[in-house]
Design a protein around this ligand. Structure first.
Ligand SMILES: Nc1ncnc2c1ncn2[C@@H]1O[C@H](COP(=O)(O)OP(=O)(O)OP(=O)(O)O)[C@@H](O)[C@H]1O
Length: 190
């Protein structure tokens, strides 16, 4: 057993679930909406209404900053990444629940060091930092960016207006593959 393995890896737990509850947005406050969840101090648990308790691996209340969400729930995956493990961060929730905000899907290069940025720019920064530390190793970084909208797959790195239709295939050796997706090579250290 690798002594540097974390407890969850020891137990073979491959999926961890973090719940993040966003604060009420101004429109909801103006409409008189009230929060419907309570948070159990010191426990990764929420209570819906009076008695329905749900426990997760992590629970972030509305005051949690982007830094805390990233450090607690995403950063450990990056340690694994540089030890050869694959990692996926999946944001799931109803419309308006805060997926884009948490993942950091909207930011400009001028904002990339601000505390409000989400997971994606933080992950990219860390990957480049780790690469710098491994000067003796060859590290190749490529990036693909796709959107599934109304059951169609769109390649967001494809610049042309008439984006070609993209299909998903299952390869017996490589598993599920999204065919003809463009791969970009990030050039500069952020
Ligand atoms: N933790 C947060 N703190 C402050 N505001 C937040 C937070 N999370 C989300 N918001 C705000 O809530 C609104 C909805 O968030 P967001 O657009 O990220 O939702 P979404 O889940 O991506 O929605 P959709 O599925 O419709 O794209 C935005 O105005 C966003 O700025």
């Amino acid at each position: 057993m690798n002594p540097s393995m974390s407890k969850d890896e020891d137990k073979g737990i491959a999926v961890r679930v973090a719940l993040r509850c966003r604060p009420l947005v101004p429109k909801e406050v103006n409409e008189g909406c009230q929060p419907c969840l309570t948070f159990v101090p010191g426990e990764p648990q929420v209570v819906v209404g009076n008695d329905k308790a749900f426990t997760y691996d992590y629970v972030f209340d509305p005051m949690a900053e982007q830094e805390e969400v990233y450090t607690t729930s995403v950063s450990p995956l990056l340690s694994g990444l540089f030890r050869g493990y694959h990692a996926t961060v999946l944001a799931y929730g109803q419309t308006g629940s805060g997926k884009t905000f948490s993942m950091g899907g909207t930011y400009t290069s001028a904002q990339e060091n601000e505390p409000t940025v989400g997971v994606i720019p933080r992950v990219i920064r860390r990957i480049f930092q780790e690469r710098e530390k491994r000067a003796s190793s060859e590290v190749t970084l490529t990036v693909s960016y796709l959107e599934i909208y109304n059951e169609d797959i769109l390649d967001l790195l494809c610049g042309s207006k008439d984006k070609p239709a993209i299909s998903i295939r299952e390869d017996p050796k490589e598993g599920i593959k999204v065919c003809s997706l463009q791969r970009g090579v990030p050039m500069a250290t952020p």
